[in-house]
Design a protein around this ligand. Sequence first.
Ligand code: HEC
Ligand code: HEC
Length: 269
Amino acid sequence: MADHVEMTKTTPMEFLYALLGGLFAPGLAIFLIVMLFLGIQGGMGEPDAAPLADKAVQERIKPFGQSVAIDPNAPKVERTGEQVYAEVCSGCHDSGALGSPKFKEKADWGKRMAQGYDTLLTHALKGFNKMPARGGDPDLTDLEVARGIVHMTNAAGGNFQATLKKDPEPTAAELARGKAVYAENCAGCHDTGVTGAQKISDGAAWAPLIKEGKDFLYHAAINGSFGGPAKGGNEKLSDADTKVAVDYMVEEAKAAIASAAAAKKTAAK
Ligand code: HEC
Ligand code: HEC
């Protein structure tokens, strides 16, 4: 019997492949597992990269977003005397710049206070020599300017109250004249509120206008305002007649405001 069983001879090359395969296969497996593990971990480190980026962007645009969101119809909050002083008046009055009376300096303020509060208010509102009207800030309301004055004068030993001049009350004769002028020239729009005119009986519409003061209303009625025609569209109407018509309207509006407030009171009971 011939010896058929012949051992397959292993060539050196085959041996090398086997050796490398044996070494590499597990190594490759381990390498892949490690890669897989690292991959999962990496992914876990930033699970929601997109929302985070969003947040960062939102954070960055925030100041702009906020300033755009300011409601232009929000009622203006009037500042305190201290705020008005710090924001506007201190620019000069802190140091006495341009010859202005210096803050807390009694010698500077004594003579000025002796003129009386009304004079100081008029000078501060309209300007006086190098003192600019409203301290140079046209956005300040009359009351804010008054508070600024009181903050300064009281710091120099004064004792003023921040009050504004009251409009003189119209006489009965003026109101009667105003009623007639109103009926002829103004009622067409202001009785009904047509064309967007403030209805004379609409207290809520008039309350903020009345606060602006008579001078503002006279000016609006005589020169026209936001769709309201000058002198109600009657060029021949005198300024004086236009003013008494405004007096009458304000009187009626005040009555409407008062009766609305009274109705609210009884409703609350
Ligand atoms: C740009 C500088 C400047 C600013 C800002 C300024 N003032 Fe004056 N103020 C002056 C000067 C200058 C005088 C003195 C004017 C004079 O007597 O000739 C003066 C005087 C005054 C007087 C005295 C007026 C009088 O009759 O003697 C008052 C009251 C006053 N200022 C109020 C204010 C108030 C309130 C503010 C802020 C809302 C303000 N000022 C902001 C420059 C300024
Ligand atoms: C053709 C219609 C019309 C007539 C006539 C008319 N008004 Fe007006 N008036 C308006 C309108 C519209 C407004 C509202 C403007 C607004 O939206 O603020 C207005 C507003 C006003 C205001 C408030 C000022 C303001 O800033 O809103 C006064 C004061 C006023 N009118 C006075 C008069 C007087 C006085 C007469 C008569 C002499 C008169 N109006 C006649 C349409 C009219």
